[in-house]
Write a protein that binds this ligand. Structure first.
Ligand code: HEM
Length: 210
């Protein structure tokens, strides 16, 4: 996976993303991992504090299970973390923050995640979501952020095989240490990352799974 983004248009919603991935044949994660981002129209000159995200993660051996995550700052620690997992027909999410390499806390800041679309099949699950207040974070006074105006982000990814416990209560899930790859990558934003249609796309994020 290189830092250069690939421009990708989601067929169902028409949302245009910059995306980066770890291919299934890379030997770094079974099934592959993809993360994408669409940003407000002025995000390449003014730091944005929200984005529309695209996640596509893999389940082990066609079991429709597992969880995956993104770190908005790169490392697991001191960054806003997003974990996602399939459960029945839905993809659930939980925003987290970790000060050490142990089970992350529920994020205490005011970030808000709403879904546009989600898909689950036996081998993969994917989610398009709006994440508001997700690029500057404050967890009990510990602050940080990711700057979009510089055109370059440092992100982290992780995948795990086992399904979380307590799946219908995202803030009370139990998980073990991830075991299907992880990494930190540089993500260069190209001119397609920021789009005048952002506001219209963001308005499609109306779902929260229950
Ligand atoms: C890396 C433990 C949950 C994201 C690591 C490492 C450990 C660890 C020990 C470093 C491993 C190495 O360098 O070889 C755990 C445990 C967890 C957990 C025990 C839960 C019980 C999560 C969650 C996320 C996450 C929920 C994101 C949503 C990452 C990322 C890395 C990482 C992106 C790679 C970057 C880095 O080394 O900081 N984790 N983790 N982890 N973890 Fe976790």
């Amino acid at each position: 996976q290189g830092p250069e983004a690939e421009t990708f248009t989601d067929a169902e919603t028409g949302i245009v993303f910059n995306r980066w991935g770890v291919p299934a044949d890379s030997g770094r994660t079974q099934g592959g991992f993809t993360f994408g981002m669409a940003l407000p129209s002025d995000a390449l000159s003014v730091d944005a504090n929200e984005f529309i995200g695209y996640l596509e993660c893999a389940s082990k051996d066609a079991t429709s299970t597992g969880w995956c995550g993104v770190s908005m700052g790169g490392p697991m620690t001191n960054s806003l973390l997003l974990a996602a997992y399939p459960h029945e027909d839905e993809v659930f999410t939980t925003l987290r923050y970790a000060s050490g390499y142990a089970m992350p806390d529920v994020y205490s800041g005011n970030a808000k995640l709403t879904q546009v679309t989600s898909r689950v099949n036996s081998t993969h699950y994917s989610l398009i979501f709006r994440c508001q207040n997700c690029l500057q974070w404050d967890h009990e006074g510990r602050t940080g952020g990711a700057s979009t105006s510089g055109g370059f982000l440092v992100l982290g990814w992780v995948q795990a095989f086992d399904a979380p416990g307590n799946p219908t209560c995202p803030d009370q899930i139990t998980i073990g240490q991830h075991d299907n790859g992880m990494g930190i990558f540089g993500a260069v934003l190209n001119a397609d990352a920021a789009n005048p249609s952002y506001t219209a796309w963001a308005a499609k994020a109306t779902k929260t799974p229950t």
